[in-house]
Design a protein around this ligand. Structure first.
Ligand code: SF4
Ligand code: SF4
Length: 331
């Protein structure tokens, strides 16, 4: 499915570097140089082990969205996704033995999609083993760990159910975890972080709840195109009134004022659109209390106390201050 690296034009390559250099804090030239060096250094492809627990596979679908733009193969051709239950051809014994082989060798990037049940291991078993055990085992030998999406980061939608669902930082306690917390993960975030890991060999600076600052630094509210309506107290109250079409969605439950993510700038589906520009308020899917703590979704309700609660909770479960594979840190 991917385009071989050698088929990527120089123009495409430089276009990607220009788009990515700013968020990585590098000049376009520096990034191109670093990527070239990393590609030479990683002739042996970097292995990726992708586990799925209590999830809907939406993050896998979002990641697959990065397969079509040719530039994504810049990353994918340097990686070897050796275990991924949804897309791998192997099953049963072959799949289990591939998993054990990769874990035994160590030195991989571990991507975890989905939450982990704590009420009872039987809520999520894979190959007759508790998913929790697999996360512990695979996490122990990983070089870098990425929580892919809201469920793996903080529990997400499953945390609203009876399974005691938690994010992986409640299971892997002594290693840094990079939380990519939207629901689903944004493919640009995932590809960008993998690129960062490959080119720098370190984890990116993160906020107090483990999210890369390059993507989760600013409030949705501060970059929203409806912000002038908010400032002028022009709130949409009737979805069917065309005169209110572009007004602020706060009274319809928008969580933009308490949610940190770059959706208004990056947008989704290759920059096509995002929730608020579609006419739906932000549901706060990048925040630790999503989903249960963000409901009711479509009614006006101050989220400030709710958000403070969720941040306190997330900080208490986030295990390390240092967020660097090789000893750099949270800045
Ligand atoms: S729609 Fe949401 S994010 Fe945009 S200005 Fe209104 S409250 Fe803020
Ligand atoms: S706008 Fe809000 S609900 Fe929509 S993807 Fe971004 S953080 Fe999630």
């Amino acid at each position: 499915m991917t385009t071989p690296l050698e088929n990527i034009s120089r123009r495409d390559f430089m276009k990607y570097c220009a788009a990515t250099a700013a968020v990585l804090g590098l000049s376009e030239f520096e990034l191109a140089t670093k990527v070239s060096e990393a590609l030479v250094a990683t002739r042996a492809k970097t292995p990726v082990l992708w586990l799925e627990g209590q999830d809907c596979a939406g993050c896998t679908i979002s990641f697959a969205g990065a397969l079509n733009p040719p530039i994504a193969s810049l990353i994918l051709d340097t990686l070897s996704v050796r275990y991924h239950e949804t897309i791998m051809a192997a099953s049963g014994y072959e799949a289990e033995s591939a998993y054990h082989k990769i874990v035994k060798a160590g030195g991989y990037v571990l991507c975890v999609e989905g939450s982990i049940p704590t009420a009872d291991d039987r809520f999520c078993m894979i190959g007759r083993r508790p998913f929790r055990e697999m996360v512990e085992e695979a996490g122990a030998r990983a070089d870098a760990i990425i929580a892919v999406g809201a469920c793996a980061a903080y529990g997400g939608i499953p945390a609203a159910g009876p399974t005691g669902a938690v994010g992986i930082n409640r299971i892997i306690k002594h290693k840094p975890i990079i939380n990519l917390s939207t629901c689903p993960v944004h493919c640009d975030h995932l590809v960008g972080i993998i690129l960062y890991l490959l080119t720098t060999g370190t984890a990116p600076p993160v906020d107090e709840i483990g999210r890369p600052k390059m993507y989760f630094r600013e409030l949705i509210h501060d970059n929203c195109r409806r912000r002038s309506y908010f400032d002028n107290e022009m709130f949409l109250t009737d979805w069917n009134d065309p005169t209110q079409k572009n007004w602020c969605l706060y009274m319809k439950g928008c969580k933009g004022p308490e949610t940190y993510a770059d959706c208004p700038v990056r947008r989704w589906n290759d920059g096509l659109n995002f929730c608020i520009d579609c006419g739906a308020g932000c549901m706060g899917c990048a925040e630790p209390d999503f989903y249960a703590g963000m409901t009711p979704l479509y009614t006006a309700e101050s989220g400030r106390s709710r958000n403070n609660r969720s941040r306190k909770h997330a900080s208490s479960v986030f295990p390390l201050k240092k967020q660097d594979m090789k000893g750099g840190g949270q800045k």
